[in-house]
Design a protein around this ligand. Sequence first.
Ligand code: FAQ
Length: 308
Amino acid sequence: AEEGLERHFEHTIERDQRIEPRDWMPDAYRATMIRQIAQHAHSEIIGMQPEGDWITRAPSLRRKAILLAKVQDEAGHGLYLYSATETLGVDRADLTTRLIERRQKYSSIFNYPTLTYADVGVIGWLVDGAAICNQVPLCRSSYGPYARAMIRICKEESFHQRQGYELLMTMMRGTGAQKEMVQDAVNRWWWPSLMMFGPPDADSPNTARSMAWKIKRHTNDELRQRFVDMTVPQAEALGVTLPDPDLRWNPERGHHDFGPIDWDEFKRVLSGDGPCNAERVARRRRAHEEGAWVREAAAAHAAKRRTR
Ligand code: FAQ
């Protein structure tokens, strides 16, 4: 019977149809989906912190309202993705425990500090830009609930990206000091943004399997290249320089060449030793502990309603 189920699974993937929660799937497929969606959910939740730090310091009421809305969207994406993970038979409380015990990862990018307000714009432009590049193909991912979640999330990420770019355009029309702030933020976020796409294909243990299962539709290096090609003209339009002396158009390849990425830095950040890892996880843990009474009250209320 298992063999028939497996054939049906393979056939569904071959025909580009979706695997749904009640369908049979190989244990490794389930484990991979749980790993990727949970990591994605954690990234959205931890990703609220770097920008959230600027909500009280936004330069105007308008900018504050925009930033507040963006950070709330990220909370929504996180909860939405935890729900998608639960369709695979895990519990979100468990996932949160794994996050605060550092047994599950979240994106490396959120371990860098936001030093000035320009960082809010650059996160929107580069970090959300990279997120979109990576996530648009995931709308065709083979696991149904994840693919469908990506459609809505990508629409909101597009708005986030535009708000970042618009913020930066405004600053680039400002004083010399404001322009310098933008350039400084670009210098600090460019390389970490390229690392968001994951290790080079040759060092990516999961890519081949995930491509075969059509969870991933492109490799890490393909998407990284797409992001560089897309971002170069945007940087020109903005009037900033991307901090890479090797960055140039290669007419033979039809792509931009770019300099070497510091993979030692990437590994350091993944191992917990980035500039803000400890702070991010500690704050998430504190929020979880301080929210215990809310969860207890909700559970008590639900129990009371059941007995009524
Ligand atoms: N950071 O074999 P691969 C956002 C891990 S956007 C940390 O290539 P895979 C929106 C990887 O998990 C950010 N860890 O793995 C937002 C694996 O570890 P494991 C979130 C990384 O899965 C914007 C190991 O390295 N987006 O939140 C990273 O095939 C602004 C080997 O790597 C997603 O999660 C990294 N950068 O490919 C929010 C997108 N890269 O688990 C707020 C969905 C790799 O085996 C503000 N995920 N690792 O121990 C994906 O597309 C994939 O999982 C990749 C990695 C491409 C990230």
